[in-house]
Design a protein around this ligand. Structure first.
Ligand code: NAP
Length: 425
């Protein structure tokens, strides 16, 4: 058996490279394990191949005995409120992909917003909301050892962030963030986290609230003792609950968020000043041309893709595009194992489609003028990133731009191409 691992981007590792927060090096270190898979003699990495662009889903199906889709949920969810389109109103996915160095990130949009971001409102109380709040709150000294592109570090270092309000529409007992991530927020240098005692529930204990909620509440309760003036020299992060956003205010750009209590029936509203609003309200799966999604997922039965309600032989799905955008990396690992077990069982019982006319994918896409990025090219990109990082005393520095990635990948590893690409200077 041979496995081709296709990616639209010239670099592998998807979420680990482009979604896991750069200040979480341990989790990002998973790429070392993933690299071992790429190095396996029966695995071939084929990057820079857009399904539905360079080749179709149909051609893919004709070229392999089985196709397993694991392209995640890269779309953002919307609040559907007035002002959401204003400059300075961003989806968390835009901010996260920008600070991770995703080549399709809209740099100008994010960097423009960050240049004026003194007061920030993050909507949502999941782990993505905490990632965004934490990265925006960190000092430049804390961010310096990360792999973020240099222009990202410079933009964050110069952003005038002073106050970050994280907003939950329900109570803290219903928040979806996890305790280690919550606690970490309080360890950020020069950050004071504040919580209003009145936002916390009166009841306590694992029995009534569940283990995670009880642990979260214990952390939040410690922060109720922090007062406003203590934050005078650093960034203040305030976690506020029971408030839903009604509209984002502003003429030319974001100026504030109007919120209303969800705890009482009062019509009264409050305006939280904001120069930047980040909605961290979840991701949304998007289909590929020739592979539709319904309600954000590819319809499937135990990982077997369903088309018109019937199992489509030889097509499988795993990860967020199979289950929806919840769960951590470990959840997806387990999920992938389950789908692969189903695929192997189908292979053993003769349920994969027979009589396919095999075409080599690399030859096919090259015949169309495309330039697939293979393992050697990726290793050249990897070497360039490591060299760029080491020149600054860091582990690596992520190359952000398509052109720079492809240029690095198209050369052999040599001293000559280990120069800083123009866009990261
Ligand atoms: P999430 O956990 O589903 O959180 C989404 C948040 O948005 C919830 O607080 C939700 O509130 C809120 N929300 C949704 N619609 C809203 C609306 N219209 N108005 C106001 N608030 C709204 O999603 P996520 O934070 O995007 O995370 C996705 C998955 O990745 C999670 O499983 C997460 O644990 C994982 N992740 C893990 C890590 C880590 O382990 N370090 C880091 C990042 C992400 P309601 O509950 O009221 O709907």
């Amino acid at each position: 058996m041979v496995v081709d691992l296709l990616d639209r981007l010239p670099a592998p590792f998807g979420l680990v490279r482009y979604g896991v927060a750069p200040d979480h090096p341990k989790m990002r270190g998973l790429s070392t394990t993933l690299q071992k898979t790429l190095d396996h003699p029966r695995v071939r990495f084929v990057g820079n191949v857009g399904i539905g662009e360079t080749i179709s889903v149909e051609e893919l199906r004709e070229s392999y005995d089985a196709v397993l889709y694991t392209f995640g949920a890269a779309g953002d969810r919307r609040l559907g409120i007035e002002g959401e389109e204003l400059p300075g109103s961003l989806a968390a996915v835009e901010v996260v992909s920008w600070y991770c160095g995703w080549p399709d990130a809209d740099r100008e949009r994010v960097e423009d917003a960050l240049r004026r971001a003194r007061d920030v409102v993050v909507i949502g109380v999941g782990n993505v909301a905490l990632d965004v709040a934490r990265v925006l709150a960190r000092t430049s000294e804390e961010l310096e050892p990360t792999v973020m592109p240099r222009h990202v570090m410079d933009t964050l270092a110069n952003a005038p962030v002073r106050r970050i309000t994280v907003l939950g529409r329900r109570g803290p007992e219903a928040a979806t963030f996890t305790t280690p991530e919550l606690r970490e927020l309080g360890t950020v240098r020069d950050v004071r986290v504040r919580v209003d005692e009145e936002d916390l529930p009166e009841v306590e204990g694992d029995d009534l609230l569940g283990k995670v909620a009880a642990r979260n509440l214990a952390v939040l309760r410690e922060w109720t003792a922090n007062s406003e003036d203590q934050a005078a020299h650093g960034v203040e992060v305030q976690l506020r609950f029971h408030r839903r956003p009604l509209r984002i205010l502003g003429e030319e750009q974001v100026e504030g968020v109007e919120v209303q209590s969800t705890r009482n029936t009062s019509e009264e509203t409050e305006i939280i000043p904001a120069d930047l609003v980040v909605r961290a309200i979840g991701y949304r799966g998007q289909g590929l041309p020739g592979l539709p999604v319904r309600a954000g997922v590819v319809e499937n039965q135990d990982g077997r893709v369903l088309r018109d309600g019937h199992v489509s032989p030889g097509e499988y799905v795993a990860g967020w595009i199979k289950r929806g955008p919840t769960g951590v990396v470990g959840t997806n690992k387990k999920d992938a194992r389950e789908t692969v077990a189903v695929l192997l069982a189908d292979a053993e019982t003769g349920r994969l489609p027979a009589g396919r006319e095999r075409r080599d994918l690399v030859e096919l896409v090259r015949s169309r003028g495309a330039h697939p990025v293979l393992l050697t090219h990726w290793k050249a990109i990897d070497a360039l990133e490591v060299a760029l990082g080491q020149a600054e005393g860091r582990e690596r520095l992520t190359v952000h731009e398509w052109g720079d990635l492809l240029a690095a990948g198209s050369n052999e590893i040599s001293g000559e191409n280990l120069q800083r690409p123009s866009t990261t200077s």
